[in-house]
Design a protein around this ligand. Structure first.
Ligand code: PLP
Length: 411
């Protein structure tokens, strides 16, 4: 491990291994996820936005932002995973694995009569629960969502607005994951968890596979512009399922020519960074309050499955303070003249926060060189959420909370 002035990194020197990526993120699975999502009423692919002025300012080729704030009116990418998992779950329950089941079939009376009304349950730090509640309501099933006591009332209300019952538990996101799984067993609920553990991998696999729609769309958008693929990807991580899906997709499709991949975590909840730093190939948990403004990334225990993919594919793990994400939210909201404005939440902005930090004062020449970041680089960032908590968004963007220490101000 090396420490820069205000952030930490691990250069991952493990030998690359593509086998798990190829197994989980094949063409046929990504096509099936896309095929399902495109049938959802209101589906539109999210924009891939270019920030040419910022790229020029930072001395890189291009910065592309996949803007998931515009995903199905839900302000975050998460619904891609929850909805695909419900689809696969129902297909499996009906004994129709491998057969086509359309969205229309899913909401049909015939399927509802066969299944009865199910109760889907999940733990969340906000966005996953909202996606599962939304999908359960669309398909006519019940939903119970567990949140931890630090979850903002705005996020709780957003989940409840899709007809879900919300249970608040004392503890962290990881405690909520454990509690929902215990209560589901007692009550006969079906757990739709985005994190995996020993003996529970099927649903989290479907969730990661559902996220692939984002990359299939992005690759289509790149191809339309005559770009084969990005050279670098920066992706944020909580339990690591999103990152495993993004990185796994590129490894599965491009093998050793995959873009360089950087995983970004808050320093208060950096379980993947810590696992990489320990260097024994195992997933390690981070304890404590996990009190970061990046609520979607406030997870102390990696998904076992995600870690198995990430440990042999990611190039650099970064651990950053909260103010780096806050700065990125402001840069997105008040761009250099000529660049488009993007509304990005605390977790959504983390990858841009990392890029600004790496290339700014107090950045790291070593990491930039290791990644080959230069004026040729085509960098893909995932804006995984918009202003999912509008009050917090305004406190940061309007009122300037979580200010960057002046030593690290950008020029
Ligand atoms: C907005 C947002 N971005 C990123 C993530 C991280 O996803 P994962 O927990 O799969 O690493 C989450 C997780 O909830 C999220 O809500």
């Amino acid at each position: 491990m090396q420490k820069g002035p205000d952030f930490s990194w691990v250069l991952n020197k493990r030998e690359k291994n593509y086998s798990l990526a190829k197994e989980f993120f094949s063409d046929s699975i990504s096509s099936s996820a896309l095929n399902f999502h495109t049938q959802i009423p209101g589906y539109e692919r999210t924009p891939l936005v270019s920030l040419p002025k910022l790229a020029n300012h930072l001395g890189v080729g291009s910065i592309w932002v996949k803007n998931e704030a515009l995903r199905l009116g839900l302000n975050s990418f998460k619904v891609l995973g929850g909805s695909f998992a419900l689809y696969k779950f129902i297909q499996n329950r009906l004994g129709m694995d491998g057969k086509e089941l359309s969205y229309e079939d899913l909401v049909s009376k015939e399927v509802r009569d066969k299944l009865g009304v199910l109760t889907f349950a999940a733990a969340t730090d906000g966005n996953h629960g909202r996606g599962v509640a939304w999908a359960a309501q669309k398909l006519g099933h019940k939903c119970v969502i567990y949140v931890h006591h630090e979850t903002s009332q705005r996020r709780i209300d957003a989940i409840a607005s899709y007809g879900a019952r919300v249970e608040v538990i004392v503890g962290t996101y990881d405690d909520a994951v454990r509690q929902v799984s215990l209560d589901a067993e007692k009550n006969g609920w079906e757990v739709i968890s985005d994190t995996s553990w020993e003996g529970y991998t099927q649903v989290p696999t479907w969730i990661m596979q559902g996220y692939m729609t984002m990359m299939v769309e992005a690759q289509g958008q790149f191809r339309e512009m005559g770009i084969a693929k990005p050279t670098h990807i920066f992706v944020q991580a909580g339990v690591g399922a999103l990152a495993a899906s993004v990185v796994g997709y590129y490894y599965s499709h491009f093998g050793k020519d995959a873009p360089k991949c950087v995983v970004v975590e808050p320093e208060k909840a950096n379980c993947l960074y810590q696992s990489a730093q320990k260097g024994d190939g195992k997933a390690h948990a981070v304890k404590g309050e996990l009190d970061t403004i990046m609520a979607g990334l406030a997870c102390g225990e990696p998904s076992e499955l995600a870690w198995a993919i990430l440990k042999d594919s990611v190039d650099v793990f970064l651990s950053l303070p909260d103010y780096t994400a806050a700065r990125a939210m402001r840069v997105y909201a008040a761009p250099i003249a000529g660049d488009p404005q993007i509304i990005s939440g605390e977790s959504g902005a983390a990858p841009l926060g990392a890029l600004l930090t790496l290339l700014g004062k107090g950045g790291s020449k070593e990491v930039c060189e290791y990644l080959g970041l230069n004026e040729e680089s085509q960098i893909l960032l995932i804006n995984s959420e918009g202003d999912t908590d509008q009050i917090l968004h305004r406190q940061i963007v309007w009122e300037g909370s979580n200010a960057v220490p002046s030593d690290y101000w950008l020029e």
